[in-house]
Write a protein that binds this ligand. Structure first.
Ligand code: GDP
Length: 142
């Protein structure tokens, strides 16, 4: 049975933009067979970062994470391919670069568990929320 095309939200976080690895990440995305359905730069306010990471409110790293995510511009994208959510998380690697598999973006580029260069949705419901968060009202190219 043919697998369904799925969408996920990807972010090159402020540390990735600062390191100038946006091109490297986008090249990898294309090489892995994703189609970029939307892409833009976003400078998150602290409140926007808090809204985006609302599920982590109350965790010890919440203040630091949202300060980091609002510290500079990020690049947000909607990626499309079969099994996009799981596949993008596989390409990103584990949250902590110390435990990320060789060849993953986080293993290659991340500098800490917080400054880990990329974000990816973790389930269809979160993907829908996150895509609407940044691209609500945008007609995604089908
Ligand atoms: P992800 O789905 O792999 O991005 O991981 P999570 O949803 O668990 O966490 C969201 C983001 O919070 C991560 O990508 C990190 O930037 C940050 N983060 C997660 N765990 C920690 C932690 O233990 N300490 C700090 N400082 N940041 C963390």
């Amino acid at each position: 049975m043919a697998q369904q095309v799925q969408r996920t939200l990807a972010i090159v976080k402020p540390d990735g933009v600062e390191q100038r690895v946006v091109g490297k990440v986008v090249s990898r995305i294309e090489a892995e067979g994703f189609r970029i359905a939307a892409i833009r730069s976003a400078r998150l306010s602290k409140a926007e970062a808090e809204g985006f990471y609302a599920v982590h409110r109350g965790k010890p790293f919440f203040a630091s994470l949202t300060a980091f995510m609002s510290s500079g511009p990020a690049v947000v994208m909607v990626l499309e391919r079969e099994d996009a959510i799981a596949k993008w998380r596989e390409v990103m690697g584990a949250t902590n670069p110390a435990s990320a598999a060789p060849g993953t973006l986080r293993k290659e580029l991340a500098t800490s568990v917080e400054r880990n260069v990329v974000h990816g949705s973790d389930a269809p419901e979160t993907a829908a929320f996150e895509i609407a968060y940044f691209f609500g009202g945008v007609d995604l190219i089908g």
